[in-house]
Design a protein around this ligand. Sequence first.
Ligand SMILES: [Zn+2]
Length: 85
Amino acid sequence: MKVQCPYRCDYCLNLKGETNHWWLRPQDAEQFRLVRWDQQLADLDGYEHICSESCAAKALSKWLAQASGNLVRTPAKEHSLSAVQ
Ligand SMILES: [Zn+2]
């Protein structure tokens, strides 16, 4: 077993303690998801480490900003938009 290096929150740089309940976010442009902390996933590339509700909110804001940039090229919701107009 390797020695565990402490994890840092990707948003506020908090260090994770043994008993902290954190979340992981797969870096997925299509959908925003949080998953419960999983020791194996935490070591993988492509997962953000999130320590708290406020950092989850920051992650969501960042994702929304990226997602709105993608809206231009996804015409998937056109029929629902016309129903609103
Ligand atoms: Zn944090």
